[in-house]
Design a protein around this ligand. Sequence first.
Ligand SMILES: C=CC1=C(C)c2cc3[nH]c(cc4nc(cc5[nH]c(cc1n2)c(C)c5CCC(=O)O)C(CCC(=O)O)=C4C)c(C)c3C=C
Ligand code: FE2
Ligand code: FE2
Length: 362
Amino acid sequence: MSKRAVLLVNLGSPDSTSVPDVRRYLNEFLGDERVIDKPRSKLLRTILVNGIITPFRSPKSSKAYQEIWTAEGSPLVVTSQKVREKLANELGAEAPVYLAMRYGNPSIASVLAKIVADGVTDILLFPQYPHYAMSSWETVVVKVQEEAARLAKPLNVETVQPFFEDADYIEALYQVSAPYLSLPHDMLLVSYHSIPERHLREADSSRAHCTVMKDCCSTCSPIHGTCYKAQVLKTTQAFVKRAGISADKHTVSFQSRLAGEPWLTPYTDYELERLPKEGKKRLLVMTPAFVADCLETLEEIAGEGKEEFLHAGGDWFQHIPCLNDQPPYIDFLAGRVRAWLGGRKPVEIQAGQRAQTLAAAE
Ligand SMILES: C=CC1=C(C)c2cc3[nH]c(cc4nc(cc5[nH]c(cc1n2)c(C)c5CCC(=O)O)C(CCC(=O)O)=C4C)c(C)c3C=C
Ligand SMILES: [Fe+2]
Ligand SMILES: [Fe+2]
């Protein structure tokens, strides 16, 4: 007898804002070879991450987490738990819903163990990322496959694809944003998490398209199945079309970069300085790469970003909250799950295909 269930996976947060907990979390997160992938040697990467990056970063990150932490815990984790509960209520007896985090707790291994102990034979893995990036969507998919292979009992895993231009997702974004879009503003800044530019080229199995061809992201190419930049631009286009926002009223930028190499541009902090100088004094900011509000949206955008913008001469700044546990997002998730329960196969990108292609090329 088969028994089906849903597994939501998001990024995860430290267990607390203490420096040791933040450091443990950052060691796990940045120790992931799909997040910090250079140098190639695992030993050198461990020295770089555990010996240099996290000792310096943890105290700063701990302070940032203190700014957003609530009595219930990390906003990302707490909101994800609420999403799980609401989706489970919506689905009722149709399918149980589980939640795991790629880093920190509850870990993917512990939740998969519970899933099989509950007699589940088939899961729909729903990475909580609208866009493909090897450092977000792919690492979740690979980790679940690795941990599922270690289980004593077989578990069949099917995976929801990045949903960056799914009409229901765009509609959910629109429904949640609409009350803010009606506020008087000069510009909508659509800010996405940045990634190293190099990751675009590494995800391009042709090695001849991403950042190599002129206007690569605006051409139609199968490579865009694994192109983060092309996908975020498609989300933006679909959203502004749905919301009726003209080209001169919105702009895209990329936030949260590490030093050392070029990341996707334009950088959000530069845009926050530039816009008031060009007379865009009233600014709305939305962050569709994140389905739940988290450190990146609450501290970096709604906190620091607002201060930067006002300091640069802006008059008014409003961050549009993420989808969080709002009904339109729960409806979107439920719709995708019901399609699967009804027999539709989520077409799978071969996770790990990029890594295998690279290994073969070496
Ligand atoms: C939305 C998708 C995300 C991608 C792609 C992504 C890539 C990426 N991130 C880092 C480094 C850090 N990210 C941090 C926080 C963070 N990142 C995402 C999402 C993506 N990251 C989220 C949702 C969060 C917030 C987590 C939370 O607990 O609220 C952090 C930690 C905070 C800090 O110290 O600044 C780091 C570090 C890299 C290097 C990367 C791609 C290579
Ligand atoms: Fe990140
Ligand atoms: Fe591209």
